[in-house]
Design a protein around this ligand. Structure first.
Ligand code: NAD
Ligand code: 13P
Length: 352
């Protein structure tokens, strides 16, 4: 039978770790081609070298994942259309705000038998309502698109500390199993769950809760307050997911993509870290400024997701049902002070 050929679209912090996981498996599994292509958004390193050349020479992404070998079978390619042209398994892992443009460029450029998976935590908001990134990919490119989400801080997986992840799929379980096979290692335990919307909404919405957790840390409010924020956040995640898609299952929130990702991101993620600095500065430094200063080119997803969620809630008339999501956005844009993150007394969430 013909072998599967993998291309990774994206090469940031998580994209680079994903390439390491995948490249170790394509060497071991006979049903995959050894070579893994990785599309790199080209940029110049401070020494004047192109990032792509540096990755191909050193086998390391010195900007987004320094000190980690990706695998000699990873080939970086700055040409998006060329990178995807012969792949039939496409892994999308860029910050979510770039995906609309990337999908537009890829229309008509991918193989007709291609399968896709999205590792991207975020959504787009259209006039018709929210559009999950996997839906954007499947609608624009005419492919089936699974998702992989979980408690997965990339730098920890890069040094092979154990973690779990959830593949969300609809329809064909065989394809989900193929993705599970491609990602699983002894230190990365992946399981499949037939709830693509639930898995993707967990990964997306927890980034808003992580911003709230960061505010709590920045204000030194302590562990009980942070736990309260995580509980209220989880309840809003479940409430909104089920209102948007009645098919979302309760059990999904107990998978790695649900409560576990919420916990790890609220303890150790980038969204938490920048939100902590935002609150410490009393909201006087903008998130754009903090992101540029603290993340060296890596991107926050929680602030834009809070805005996107706010637009959906406003459009649907649901703002009052989701006080935590609503308040996070209002703090981010400066309409409320960071201390407002615990002002819930008057309107507790009314949804189930
Ligand atoms: P990142 O935060 O490291 O972002 C940097 C990447 O964005 C670089 O590859 C850069 O080249 C690219 N980029 C910058 N400008 C661009 C443009 N105009 N067009 C296209 N690309 C551009 O990225 P990441 O950590 O790989 O995150 C990707 C997705 O994975 C996000 O949705 C994130 O939430 C999710 N995720 C991240 C982690 C993590 O720990 N880093 C873990 C799980 C999921
Ligand atoms: P941050 O983007 O906040 O670092 O979260 C990473 C993540 O999604 C962990 O699963």
């Amino acid at each position: 039978p013909p072998k599967f050929k993998v291309t990774i679209v994206g090469s940031g912090n998580w994209g680079s770790v994903a390439s390491k996981l995948i490249a170790s498996n394509t060497l071991k599994l006979s049903s995959f081609h050894d070579e893994v292509k990785m599309w790199v958004f080209e940029e110049m390193l401070p020494g004047g070298e192109k990032l792509t050349d540096s990755i191909n020479l050193t086998n390391e992404n010195v900007k987004y994942l320094p000190g980690i070998k990706l695998g000699h079978n990873v080939v970086a390619d700055p040409d998006l259309e060329n990178a995807v042209s012969d792949a039939n398994m496409l892994v999308f892992v860029t910050p979510h705000q770039f995906m609309e443009g990337i999908c537009k460029r890829l229309v008509g450029k991918i193989r007709s038998d291609a399968q896709a998976i999205s590792l991207i935590k975020g959504m787009e908001v259209k006039k018709e309502g929210p559009c999950m990134i996997s839906t954007l990919i499947s609608q624009q490119l005419g492919v089936n698109c699974c998702v992989l989400m979980g408690a997965n801080i990339a730098n920890e997986i890069a040094v092979e500390k154990f973690s779990e992840a959830t593949v969300g799929y609809r329809g064909n379980r065989d394809i989900a199993e193929k993705w599970v096979q491609l990602f699983s290692t002894p230190y990365f335990a992946v399981s499949a769950c037939q709830d693509v919307e639930g898995v993707e909404l967990c990964g997306t919405l927890k980034n808003v809760v992580a911003i709230a957790a960061g505010f709590v840390d920045g204000l030194d409010m302590g562990n009980n307050t942070k736990a309260a924020i995580m509980r209220i956040g989880l309840r809003e995640m479940k409430g909104l997911s089920k209102l948007l898609f009645s098919s979302v299952k309760d059990s999904t929130f107990f998978e790695s993509c649900g409560v576990a990702d919420l916990i790890t991101t609220c303890l150790g993620g980038r969204n938490r870290r920048c939100a902590e600095a935002f609150a410490k500065n009393g909201g006087k430094r903008s998130f754009d400024d903090l992101e540029a200063d603290m993340l060296q080119g890596q991107k926050l997803q929680g602030v834009s997701t809070a805005k996107e969620v706010y637009e959906v809630l406003k459009h649907k008339g649901w703002l009052e049902m989701f006080p935590l999501f609503t308040t996070v956005h209002e703090i981010c844009v400066g309409r409320l002070p960071p201390t407002a993150i615990v002002d819930y007394n008057e309107h507790a969430p009314k949804h189930p």
